[in-house]
Design a protein. Structure first.
Length: 76
């Protein structure tokens, strides 16, 4: 998978995250921030994806459970 491969993202109601997508086969979480930056997080369990979507605060969940916990690549 390269930076040009698309992961379908869902819009989020968040002041931090604009959208999020997950590739279950490759365990890649792709997050678009409200700044416009897009990052991929590698080796992310599917429960993290589900919990992010269910979180009361997607930005808070990102800070507590995703940021600085998985290998990361900026793709946009």
């Amino acid at each position: 998978m390269t930076g040009t491969d698309r992961i379908r993202r869902r819009r989020l109601e968040s002041s931090v995250l604009a959208s999020a997508g997950y590739d279950a086969d490759r365990r890649i979480l792709e997050l678009e921030f409200t700044s416009g930056d897009v990052y991929r997080y590698w080796i992310v369990p599917s429960r993290i994806w589900r919990d992010l979507l269910d979180a009361e605060s997607a930005g808070g969940y990102f800070t507590a459970h995703i940021r600085d916990r998985y290998p990361t690549e900026k793709v946009g």
